[in-house]
Design a protein around this ligand. Structure first.
Ligand code: DOR
Ligand code: ZN
Length: 344
């Protein structure tokens, strides 16, 4: 097979940042995807419908002329989010979900939720309206090993939450473990999960191969090979509640190549090619379209895209770095050769 044709995919988990950084990266996602769920972890965070709509305007304004790309906006949940904000979001087309960051879990999560009980009225309103809660699924207790934080989150936070709000629609974002795969697989229709390309392609050895490699550092961190295999099996399998979310998270090269490297892998410019590589390695290229283009819109109850894209078998080298405003950014797997290319 030298080329594959897919319904145009969407990215159900994306960081676009703001200002100069936004202008530097948004075209890359628009060239790959028709729509994206845009994460609200700006500084200050996007906590209101008004802020989300203003941010949406800035994204659309930053698109290269002639590109066709729909940002789907999210609100950043805090201890103080009023339930009324959910009612406003439900009346607003373009704001589609609410993101839960446990306070301290990741980049710009300081204003996240310290105790889920503070958010019960909001969760109740979301449950009633059918609005999905997008969850960064890691506990923040420093006593819990970094590699165990997702598995502990399932037992101590996610399962109790889903018991308290059985009708709440939840997306378990960027899952990284066998435990998460099993938890989502046994759950009902209200639970979906996104999977990144980097968690399908790499295990935690990638962070340490030949030296400490900060461009492979993200949160949740890459896990053991057994977990990567479980994710690959889920992504290529026939459960429609697993779908594509890149978690492409741009940071300037100087902040990644740093004593306290920022978390995040920048995959937007070659995301679908990375996914194709992972699916081909699993002998499951025929499963890519469902994962990338059908399962996400079906879960979000949005129409599937109509246009198509083509991927060609072609060997090419991922650039060493790309412009990023006044800085440079290093995409994941920079300098490496990849075997699929999106036809432009
Ligand atoms: O690696 C990550 N980067 N994980 C997150 O949860 C946040 C993201 C970012 O915003 O940089
Ligand atoms: Zn993210």
């Amino acid at each position: 097979m030298d080329s594959i044709s897919l319904i145009r995919p969407d990215d159900w988990h994306l960081h676009l940042r703001d200002g100069e950084a936004l202008r530097a990266v948004v075209g890359a996602s628009a060239a790959q995807f028709a729509r994206a769920i845009v994460m609200p972890n700006l500084r200050p965070p996007v906590t209101t419908v008004e802020q989300a709509l203003a941010y949406r305007q800035r994204i659309v304004g930053a698109l290269p002329p002639g590109t066709d790309f729909e940002p789907l906006m999210t609100l950043y949940l805090t201890d103080r989010t009023p339930a009324d904000e959910i009612r406003r979001a439900c009346e607003t087309s373009g704001v589609v979900a609410v993101k839960l960051y446990p306070a301290g879990a990741t980049t710009h999560s300081e204003e996240g939720v310290t105790d889920l009980r503070h958010t019960w009225p909001v969760l109740e309103a979301m449950q009633r309206a059918g609005m999905p809660l997008l969850v960064h699924g890691e506990v923040t207790d420093p006593a819990v090993d970094v590699f165990d934080r997702e598995a502990v989150f399932i037992d101590t936070v996610l399962e109790p939450l889903r018991r308290d709000f059985p009708g709440l629609r939840v997306v378990f974002e960027h899952i990284t473990t066998r435990q998460a795969v099993q938890y989502v697989a046994q759950a009902g229709d209200t639970l979906g999960a996104t999977i990144t390309a980097h968690h399908l392609l790499y295990n935690r050895n990638a962070i340490f191969a030949g030296g400490l490699r900060p461009h492979w550092y993200c949160l949740p961190v890459l896990k053991r090979e057994e977990h990567r295999r479980a994710l690959l099996e889920a992504a290529t399998g026939d459960n429609p509640r697993f779908f594509l979310g890149t978690d492409s998270a741009p940071h300037a090269a100087r902040l990644k190549e740093h004593a306290a490297a920022c978390a995040g892998c920048y995959t937007a410019p070659h995301a679908i090619e990375l996914y194709a590589t992972a699916f081909e390695q699993a002998g499951a290229l025929d499963r890519l379209e469902a994962f990338a283009s059908f399962n996400g819109p079906d879960f979000y109850r949005l129409p599937r895209n109509r246009a198509r894209i083509a991927l060609r078998r072609e060997s090419w080298t991922i650039p060493e770095s790309l412009p990023f405003g006044a800085d440079r950014i290093v995409p994941l797997a920079a300098g490496e050769t990849i075997g699929w290319r999106l036809a432009r």
